[in-house]
Design a protein around this ligand. Structure first.
Ligand code: ATP
Length: 436
């Protein structure tokens, strides 16, 4: 466990360096909703691209979709979200604070943790979906909901996607997009938000070998976390006991990460049976079964789902990468992010301002190849290194007087601080090797 990292340090770093800001910050922010700044949005893009690659596999095709955020009431009835998507809630009648009763810190047999008085309301169910209304008529038919998960837009488009792509089982439909949950107590920064993005993949297969497919995807997701450099000692798998499974699930295994606030779910892998497609088939009246010519039978496919929040993974990676160490007699903060995830790939510094012109030329050259490169001519070289360390930039390049004479620069590695002198002509290759 990295002893230095705390939630407060991560929140402060995110704001200071422009990764994440509270939404509507100048109006005091909104609980559980955040905006991502320049570095945050670059890092999110990197995560999404890596995820898109990671769902490619040798068992079947993956098709991508970008579904709508609003769904009609009928769709959420069919999926079970109107009846089942709620958390148990309780209020303190003294201080009016509201809590989830399944939260680890809440015991209704004890006083309220906020005010110390024991005066609870009854436990009620609170539906987490944001309801809205389409058009001007406020009747039942105009009721609609912001999606609380991206999965349902995949299920309702299943037939369209299958037929337009001439897809054959098994295959997957993957989607990255916003989901909205009116969480009772959003907390721990990006861990529990009200508006967030999910990366979900629904794998459609036959029932007979679906458990094998489940194990396959569990293994694939593990490989993803290994590949993006997460400390696997902090990851554990947790299988949901039968009595706690969601209404649609036959088996669910979570990847949990050891945050400073304990082991918590990062990603869920679920065997969803054919619950969703069967429900949508029943409620819409459309046949969602797939005909198999070889056996002359039709079957509603079984679904294996992998689902992870972009921001929850983002937060996990920041916790995992955050280090404070000693370098050159200084304490520094460094994000040891995998180079694929680091928002800025390299930074170019002129040793002194006088050398800015040739250094900037090198910067422009590298920018054309790597796009997200920094140029910094302000402050001592040490300070400039520290600024890049804090945002996880893998390589810093310094243009000095020797560069003018022999066309070489120094390149410095973020994690070890070691510096080498290399030919300017080789810098591009050097960065490419570091970040590949
Ligand atoms: P939790 O038990 O933490 O509420 P969940 O079991 O409701 O999560 P799922 O419905 O399985 O979560 O959602 C899949 C993934 O989406 C989660 O593993 C998580 O990464 C992400 N996620 C879910 N809810 C939130 C949220 N409120 N804020 C950020 N990410 C979330």
């Amino acid at each position: 466990m990295n002893q230095h990292v705390t939630l407060d340090k991560i929140v402060a770093l995110c704001k200071r360096k422009g990764f994440v800001f509270p939404a509507a910050d100048i109006y005091g922010g909104i609980n559980g909703i955040y905006d991502f700044g320049h570095l945050g949005s670059l890092m999110k893009d990197n995560l999404k691209n890596l995820w898109k690659k990671s769902v490619q596999n040798d068992r079947g095709e993956i098709y991508f979709i970008d579904g709508s955020l609003i769904g009609p009431q009928a769709m959420w009835h069919a999926s079970g979200h109107i009846e089942n998507f709620h958390d148990p809630m309780i209020d303190c009648m003294n201080c009016k604070k509201r809590f989830r009763t399944d939260d680890d810190n809440i015991d209704i047999n004890k006083p309220c943790p906020a005010c110390g008085i024991q005066k609870w309301t009854d436990i009620r169910d609170f539906n987490l979906m944001f309801q809205t209304q389409l058009g001007a008529l406020a009747d039942d038919a105009s009721k609609a909901y912001l999606r609380p998960e991206t999965a349902q837009t995949i299920f309702v488009q299943f037939k369209n996607i299958m037929s337009t792509n001439r897809a054959k089982l098994p295959f997957g439909i993957a989607q990255i997009g916003k989901a909205f949950r009116n969480e009772i107590t959003p907390k721990q920064f990006l861990f529990r938000m009200r508006e967030f993005e999910q990366m979900e993949m629904e794998w459609f297969c036959k029932a007979e070998n679906s458990m094998n497919q489940f194990d396959y995807w569990l293994q694939k997701r593990k490989e993803f976390y290994q590949a993006i450099g997460i400390n696997m000692n902090k990851i554990r798998m947790y299988e949901h006991p039968q009595e706690k499974l969601s209404h649609y699930s036959k088996k669910t295994v979570d990847f949990e990460y050891e945050f400073p606030f304990g082991f918590k779910e990062l990603e869920g892998v679920a065997h969803r049976t054919n619950f969703d497609l069967s429900q949508h088939s029943k409620h819409s009246g459309k046949d969602l079964a797939v005909f198999d010519q070889a056996t002359n039978t039709s079957e509603i496919p079984t679904v294996i789902e992998t689902s992870v929040g972009v921001e929850r993974l983002f937060l996990t990676l920041l916790f995992d990468a955050y280090c404070e160490d000693e370098m050159d007699g200084d304490t520094r903060v460094v994000l040891k992010l995998h180079p694929h995830i680091a928002p800025i790939k390299a930074a170019v510094f002129p040793l002194i301002k006088k050398l800015s012109e040739p250094a900037e030329k090198l910067y422009q050259q590298l920018k054309a190849t790597f796009t997200h490169i920094d140029f910094d001519e302000k402050g001592s070289i040490g300070k400039r290194y520290r600024r890049q360390d804090e945002i996880g930039t893998p390589v810093c390049i310094t243009y000095d007087f020797e560069s003018l004479e022999n066309n070489t620069v120094t390149v410095r590695d973020r994690d070890t601080g070691t510096q080498d002198r290399i030919a300017i002509d080789n810098v591009e290759q050097y960065i490419a090797d570091k970040i590949q």
